[in-house]
Design a protein around this ligand. Sequence first.
Ligand code: GTP
Ligand code: MG
Length: 334
Amino acid sequence: MTGGVALERSSPGRGDPRTLFERARRKDRGALARLLSFVEEGGERSRAVARLSYRAEEPYVVGLTGAPGVGKSTLGDQLVSVALSGWPEGVPGPAPLDQVAVLAIDPTSPFSGGAILGDRARMQRHATDPAVFIRSMATRGHLGGLALAVPDALRLLGAVGFPVAVVETVGVGQVEVEVAAASDTTVVVVTPGWGDSLQAAKAGLLEVADLFVINKADRPGASEAARDLRQMLSLGTERSWTPLIVETVAATGAGIEELWDAVARHRRHLTETGGLGAKRAERVATELKKVLSAVFERRLDELAGSPGYAAALGDLAAGRCDPYEAADRLLGPG
Ligand SMILES: Nc1nc2c(ncn2[C@@H]2O[C@H](COP(=O)(O)OP(=O)(O)OP(=O)(O)O)[C@@H](O)[C@H]2O)c(=O)[nH]1
Ligand SMILES: [Mg+2]
């Protein structure tokens, strides 16, 4: 039984989303990794994954964002360990949690194959821990890019049984802010000193932050950074939730329990005020618009390759019609 055919037969449906999904639900990490690759790639198989994941319990999503190097990955690592001990009293959900996922979003290198250099080491560190699943994620063709691939991935994680997921993004660009803001609890990470806070403010992160972490609090200036943040927040619009500020030293684990408690407090607030349902409803509405806009964009590309389009361009160039008439001709009057 060493021939290629026999091998194929001994593992039926290796690439079949449904088979992989069933295996992923039984905590087969390899199967889950394959499914996430499908999500990254987009296309038919990612559609199949979306269909299988839909309607499942969503994981509670904690987003970690902030400038490069502030310590998000180290923080995420520590947070996962604390999270596994479960939610504090008064927060619905199992305690302890049996598994937690970390998705590290890599917006900068769409062709990296989904691994950030520093994250390889982390993945190896947790490789023997069956309760922690860490995975870097890039987009390699998903229609709509990361803004759609990430929610798909999160739904998949929920569907295979993860109650909590931590999503790490480098929060400097528009997409990263969007991805972070699509979390249930958005944590903005800064370091002591004025620079990070100001950069966070400029990137629009003050508005989306539910919690602030001042990491590397072993360095001077942490309390000043907290004061600056409070001041900036007091200038913003009144919100029903005032972002908490937590100081941590991710390198040693100091302050991580407090951070998890702050996440739990925010979750409790969302549950009590109905904010969680509203947030998630808003999120799917945004998603639907993004799906539609991606579909329209693809149709536009198809249209641009059609003979009618070439003819319309010819007419335009010859001055036989104006661009609006040309558009009407191609689409029908809008
Ligand atoms: N002094 C100090 N260093 C820290 C702390 N937390 C993390 N670091 C160090 O800061 C560096 C960056 O940490 P990462 O966790 O990779 O930061 P990141 O925000 O994930 O970085 P990117 O993913 O590249 O944006 C590493 O060398 C860490 O060891 C801390 O609390 N104190
Ligand atoms: Mg990182």
